[in-house]
Design a protein around this ligand. Sequence first.
Ligand code: GUN
Length: 286
Amino acid sequence: MARRIDGRAQARALRDRVANGVARLGEVHGPVPGLAVVLLGEDPASRVYVRRKGEQAREVGIRSFEHCLPADTPQAELLSLIDALNRDPGVHGLLVQLPLPDHIDEAAVIAALDPAKDVDGFHPLNVGALAGGGEGLVPCTPLGCIELLKGHLGDLTGKHAVVLGRSRIVGRPLASLLLREDCTVTVAHSRTPDPAKVCRQGDILVAAVGQPGLVQGDWVKAGATVIDVGITRLGDGEDTRLVGDVDAACVGRVAGALTPVPGGVGPMTIACLLHNTLVAACRQHG
Ligand code: GUN
């Protein structure tokens, strides 16, 4: 049976490292890092994420500023809030929770963020820095995947990594990060003719497509390390459960190690957000 990669334990360890970094920054008379999160509307899942981001920030000593605005907030008002937060020296990290209501131009909002405070790593300058091998802020979920892989495998040099999915938030940035780790990288997606055959080549397989149970046992090389980024809520009312992109029952018999859903990539994402906030605060402190 595959070993279970414990995302909760690794996230706890990363949060402890961030808490130590925050304390050390204080010792050298640096600022208390501040994270501002902006939410438009009442989407229940987004509310849960925003609440968790605030709670976990405070736990590691990061100041949290939550701005919850009505769903019908005009774009100009959102942009002027972003402008104020960009200029606020107490705010080192800034993110706008997605998805945004239809009347808001998401690209315009992301472009308005100060790239130095863009702890989601979504601003075009940070996207370009990552693709070009430069030093920007890196999206949290892909960064969490790399941390889990290195925690389990150590050095990733020379491994063949297959990324299933080419999204802006996970697949594409993750492919760049794996290249930075000196992996051989293949990206498979919805137009790949035989995705199972491609996935089977991976020493590492990361599934990030949002299709519950897509990856079966015969998609996986024996002994491979499998990271399941998919989180889909199935069922309704009281009777719901979270499922990943990987059919864990059959893949667990083939893979060498597998992340569970929940308790795998999910907890790492917020821990990486806190890490990015600390990095941003240190860079702004100089
Ligand atoms: N909504 C779902 N995932 C994310 C994320 O990583 N960042 C933001 N800002 N919104 C999200």
